[in-house]
Ligand binder design. Structure first.
Ligand SMILES: Cc1cc2nc3c(=O)[nH]c(=O)nc-3n(C[C@H](O)[C@H](O)[C@H](O)COP(=O)(O)O)c2cc1C
Length: 322
């Protein structure tokens, strides 16, 4: 069994945490655990597997997030992911989108704890790497602490290796996925209560966390912190994570060094046919709050989508202030 340090992770985010984004984030922090976008079992079993699973070896530690609810399919996909070298397999029980509900997976599975436990059991039997679940604190009217404890109790009994809790409930009808990330209030005290009730189980908190100060604070009671949107919009918050969270004292690179290190990767990807924009969109937050950041972002936004755009749009070498 691999041992993964989950003290800090970047959340799975559809369209955002693709392999280019993860490569970039890895240049900022060596130890933060990275998650893929959610990939459905249907896409992996029937679609272009290589497209969904490939990643750069430097991305480790990297976890694959699956969406599905058929134990056999999930076991098959978990095995595929293990064969491709992923360090952890995570099951999405937190996404409230209509598309996902129609497929009977994501957050609606919180109403079916026995099925989720069956999925975890099947996946664990299929692989040696850890199997984890990411879920909400409740859905719709099913939002009492007793129901949450029942759900987590099922995961616990199935041996789920870590439990990642987005500390707000989801409304399956009436709110869009985006609203479901903002409107239901954050209730960190519920996640802390879970840790008290399941002290042996690694419990990771997610939702609304924006700084390493908050992270280290949570780490006093909980096993890990997962950051989503802030890590994407302001990735430099990860720059001191290796020192402050993981106790690795290697020197922190500068933003410029990170950008320069991305260039050879971007050149390789361009040569393989990846459009510049598919990579550069994930870099836009790099200089957040720095002088010249806005002009730099504008230049990329205006130029990166043009046919033939290359690494020059990243402005290395001619933006002395950055
Ligand atoms: C653009 C976007 C896409 C997301 N896609 C996924 C996903 O594929 N799987 C998942 O479990 N959560 C997904 N989420 C939710 C995040 O993983 C996270 O739980 C949520 O954003 C709350 O954390 P934060 O406040 O730190 O962003 C997504 C969030 C965003 C903003």
């Amino acid at each position: 069994m691999h041992s993964i340090d989950r003290k800090l992770s970047v959340a799975p985010m559809l369209d955002w945490t693709d392999r280019h984004c993860r490569y970039f984030l890895r240049l900022i922090s060596r130890h933060t655990l990275l998650y893929t976008e959610m990939i459905t079992t249907g896409a992996l079993i029937h679609g272009d597997r290589e497209r969904f699973l490939r990643y750069d070896p430097t991305e480790h530690p990297v976890a694959l997030q699956l969406g599905g609810s058929d134990p056999k399919d999930l076991a098959q996909c978990a095995r595929m992911a293990e064969d491709w070298g992923y360090d952890e397999i995570n099951l999405n029980v937190g996404c409230p989108s209509d598309r996902v509900q129609n497929g009977r997976f994501g957050a609606c599975l919180m109403a079916e704890p026995a099925l989720v436990a069956e999925c975890v059991t099947a996946m664990r039997a299929a692989v040696r790497v850890p199997v984890t679940v990411k879920h909400r604190i409740g859905i719709d009217e099913r939002d009492s602490y007793a129901e949450l404890v029942d759900f987590v109790g099922h995961l616990n009994a199935a041996g789920c290796d870590a439990i990642i809790v987005h500390a707000r409930k989801a409304w399956l009808k009436g709110l869009s996925p985006k609203e479901n990330r903002d409107i239901p209030p954050l209730r960190y005290e519920v996640v802390r209560a879970l840790k008290r009730d399941f002290p042996e189980r690694p419990i990771i908190v997610n939702g609304g966390i924006k700084t390493l100060d908050e992270t280290t604070d949570f780490l006093r009671d909980l096993d890990g912190v997962m950051i989503g949107r802030e890590a994407y919009h302001n990735p430099w918050i990860l720059a001191e994570a290796d020192q402050r969270v993981f106790g690795d004292d290697h020197p922190v690179p500068t933003r410029r060094q990170v950008l320069e290190s991305f260039i050879p990767y971007a050149e390789r990807q361009l040569a393989a046919g990846v459009p510049m924009n598919a990579m550069s969109q994930h870099l836009l937050g790099l200089f957040q709050g720095q002088p010249g950041a806005r002009a730099w972002r504008r230049r990329i936004s205006e130029q990166a989508h043009r046919p033939g755009a290359g690494v020059e749009v990243l402005g290395v070498g001619d933006h002395a202030r950055l």
